[in-house]
Ligand binder design. Structure first.
Ligand SMILES: Cc1cc2nc3c(=O)[nH]c(=O)nc-3n(C[C@H](O)[C@H](O)[C@H](O)COP(=O)(O)OP(=O)(O)OC[C@H]3O[C@@H](n4cnc5c(N)ncnc54)[C@H](O)[C@@H]3O)c2cc1C
Length: 439
């Protein structure tokens, strides 16, 4: 089995067990030889319906107004005893990108989505597409590939730029230490001084500001249109997209995925179930360090007359992220966790310190959504060969929109057995797991 944490590979050891260079538990082939293992229903997550257009994952939802989506709810009704070369579990942006790339490659591809397409984490984002991932040049490389793909596919991209505020010398040192690698990954990024940072974002009055990273390649997009674009591409290439059809078990030796509407048989099973992947990955006998799904929340300000056009701006130490949305601001700072009141107090205190001129009286919940994640906030890609091959792409940790096209390309490359060096993943080359991404 190969298990990629962007650049980290779990290589197959000579004795047949699987060695893991970054502290993950080794997996024996015996453990991986899974029989029909029931996948537990995912833990319910409470989050509000962003834009009010989607139902909760796992339920059949409101018909979409987009004609393609309306088609998705009806034309691909459940079938019985279906066969496909590849079955993809999960119809978010990652699963749809994978289905599109495999189908465009001529693979007979069937995707299972338990709710509506794009009804999971892909329903609620900040719509930010960027290429610079500090501390994670491999993630940046995927994002650079993805941006090129978005441009080719003509998805909306309004340039905003990305500013990362550094308040500590160590942050600047870390930036400089990996600058060459970021540039090699194709990222346009430079260090600018505090005055230049304040010029780029006049709302910044952070007293401890020392310098900033500036990357012009950050854009505000439209997540729904990206999901719809992948859906169209997948359908055009002949992929069968089954909605309202959950995978409830997998039997790898038999090559079957169980659903309430009958089994689907495939030579390759791909897990792209976002925050709900751990059940499926466990059922395939793979141990991947996926975090439990958490609810993430973005805040919005009320209207701020005269607010300037500002870049997407991250305060690296606190992870406070802001961008302009309409005539106000969209604000994120990680997940609220169990004590939302405390999180809110911390966020408003940091806002008052870094952006003292911003009126916070109209602060409200703007977006909530299920957050997929891995402990070091980098995506996990993996392949377990066998009579039925098992692939997975999950744990995008708040970066799925930035990396979805490349995720599809990478899974297609894994499927084909291509050389992965273009992705910053050496076939044998083991690289240290990237340092935690301050963004
Ligand atoms: C508040 C918020 C803001 C964000 N902002 C950004 C941003 O600005 N930029 C960015 O790049 N990323 C952002 N993200 C992250 C991004 O939304 C995710 O990384 C991305 O949506 C993950 O896509 P996915 O396809 O892996 O997961 P999902 O979209 O969750 O797709 C998984 C799908 O699998 C389905 N599924 C689950 N279990 C089963 C099963 N057993 N059978 C069949 N189907 C199943 C689910 O219903 C779901 O539709 C944000 C996330 C949140 C929460």
């Amino acid at each position: 089995m190969s298990h990629y944490r962007q650049r980290t590979v779990i290589a197959e050891a000579p004795n047949g067990t699987l060695a893991c260079p970054d502290g993950h538990l080794p997996v024996t082939p015996e453990a991986a030889r899974t029989r029909a293992t029931a996948i537990q229903p995912p833990a319910p997550l409470n989050y509000c319906a962003y834009r009010n257009r989607h139902s909760l994952p796992g339920s059949r939802g409101v018909a979409m107004t987009d004609p393609d989506r309306a088609d998705a709810a009806t034309a691909d009704g459940p079938g019985r005893g279906e066969r496909a070369e590849v079955v993809v579990i999960g119809g978010g942006m990652i699963g749809l990108s994978i289905a599109a790339h495999l189908a465009e490659d001529g693979r007979d591809t069937l995707l299972l989505e338990r709710g509506e397409l794009g009804s999971g984490a892909s329903r609620a984002t900040a719509d930010v597409v960027r290429t610079y991932f500090g501390g994670d040049p491999a993630g940046s490389r995927l994002a650079v590939r993805s941006l090129a793909s978005y441009r080719r596919r003509g998805v909306p991209l309004r340039q905003a730029g990305y500013l990362v505020l550094f308040t500590e010398d160590e942050q600047i040192e870390a930036f400089e230490a990996e600058l060459a690698e970021q540039c090699d990954a194709g990222v346009r990024v430079e260090l600018i001084d505090a005055d230049e940072a304040r010029r780029r974002n006049p709302l910044v009055h952070e007293p401890s500001l020392k310098a900033a990273a500036w990357s012009p390649d950050a854009y505000v997009s439209d997540t729904r249109r990206i999901v719809a674009a992948f859906e169209r591409a997948a359908r055009r290439a002949g992929a069968r997209l089954r909605t309202g059809r959950p995978a409830t078990g997998i039997d790898l030796p038999a090559g079957t995925v169980t659903t309430p509407d009958g089994d689907v048989t495939a030579r390759t099973i791909v897990c792209a179930a976002g925050p709900w992947s751990s059940w499926i990955i466990d059922a395939a006998g793979v141990r991947a360090p996926l975090a439990e799904p958490a609810v993430q929340e973005l805040l919005g300000t009320g209207p701020l007359p005269g607010v300037p056009d500002i870049p997407v701006t991250l305060h690296a130490a606190s992870r406070l992220l802001i961008r302009k949305r309409g005539d106000g601001l969209l604000i994120g700072m990680g997940s609220p966790g169990p004590d939302r009141r405390q999180w809110l107090d911390q966020a408003t205190a940091q806002l008052a310190r870094t952006y003292p001129s911003v009126d916070l009286t109209g602060l409200h919940t703007a977006v909530t959504g299920p957050r997929d994640g891995s402990p070091d906030r980098t995506a996990l890609f993996g392949r377990r060969p066998g009579a039925t091959e098992f692939l997975y792409a999950t744990g995008f940790s708040g970066h799925g929109l930035c990396q979805a096209p490349a995720a599809g390309e990478l899974v297609r490359a894994l499927f084909r057995g291509d050389d992965l060096s273009d992705f910053g993943v050496g076939a044998d080359g083991l690289a240290a797991s990237p340092a935690s991404d301050p963004s």
